[in-house]
Design a protein around this ligand. Structure first.
Ligand code: SF4
Length: 216
C-alpha cells in the first residue's frame, strides 16, 4: 500500500514545524532553527493526547483498516514526519490528526493535516480529498476538505519555511494592539497560549525595537 523510501541525500523538514510556522514565524524559527522548546499546559496536554493514538497498532474493523503513527514523506516537498492515524477504506486513504481542545480560529492544524495528505498522495499515487482532525477536548471529528485553496496555502507555507531557514534570521514577534494607556503593545491573542512567550518576550522586544529606532 504505502511504499518505503528514504531521504539519504535530502534534509527534509518535519511536518509538525509547519503547524508552528502557520501559528507564528518566530515560533517556527525558535523551534526548528534554534531547537528551543518550552513546555506549558497546552503542549503537555497535546503530547498526552497524541500518545492515545501512538500505539503503532494496525486494526481492521468493518472493512476499514486503521494504521497508527504512520511515517510519511514527500520528496517533491522535502517533508517527512508522522501521521497520527491513516484510515484505509477500499483503497481510499484518509489522514486523521489528534489535537487537544476544540477547533481554533487559526489554520495551523489544517495546514499540518493537508501536508500529511500531500505526502500520502505522493507515496500512494492516489488523490486524497479529505481528512479529519479529532479534537479531544470536544470529542469532535472535524472534516477538512483538501481543496485547491488549502493545498496552495499549504505549499506556500512549506516554501516560506525553507525561505526562513535560508535567511537565518529570527523573525519579529507578532504585534498586538497599540493603545494609549500603556507604552507596551498589548499581547497578540496567539501569544497568550504560546509556551515560548517567556523566551520570546514579544511586547518588550517590540517596544524596544520601536523606541530604540526613534531615539537613533
Ligand atoms: S510569544 Fe507570540 S510572537 Fe513569540 S513565538 Fe509565541 S506566538 Fe510568536
Amino acid at each position: 500500500m504505502l511504499e518505503e523510501s528514504s531521504f539519504e541525500d535530502e534534509q527534509p523538514l518535519s511536518i509538525s514545524y509547519l503547524n508552528a510556522l502557520e501559528y507564528c514565524p518566530r515560533r517556527f524559527y525558535y523551534e526548528c532553527a534554534l531547537s528551543e522548546f518550552i513546555e506549558n499546559v497546552h503542549t503537555i496536554e497535546g503530547t498526552m493526547y497524541h500518545e492515545m493514538s501512538d500505539s503503532g497498532a494496525t486494526t481492521t474493523r468493518d472493512g476499514i483498516t486503521t494504521l497508527r503513527r504512520v511515517w510519511i514523506h514527500s520528496t517533491r516537498l522535502k517533508l517527512s514526519g508522522f501521521a497520527d492515524i491513516v484510515e484505509e477504506d477500499a483503497g481510499q486513504l484518509t489522514p486523521i490528526e489528534y489535537k487537544k481542545g476544540k477547533m481554533g480560529e487559526w489554520l495551523n492544524d489544517h495546514v499540518q493535516l493537508c501536508a500529511q495528505a500531500l505526502c500520502l498522495e505522493e507515496m500512494s499515487g492516489k488523490t486524497i480529498p479529505r481528512g479529519f482532525i479529532f479534537y479531544v477536548g470536544s470529542a469532535h471529528r472535524e472534516e477538512i476538505l483538501f481543496d485547491a485553496k488549502l493545498r496552495q496555502h499549504t505549499e506556500g507555507t512549506i516554501h516560506a519555511a525553507f525561505r526562513l531557514l535560508e535567511q537565518a534570521t529570527l523573525p519579529p514577534p507578532l504585534q498586538g494592539k497599540v493603545t494609549r494607556r500603556s507604552p507596551l503593545p498589548t499581547m497578540h491573542p496567539k501569544c497568550h497560549d504560546c509556551s515560548l512567550e517567556p523566551l520570546c518576550l514579544p511586547r518588550e522586544v517590540l517596544f524596544l525595537a520601536t523606541h530604540v529606532q526613534e531615539e537613533v
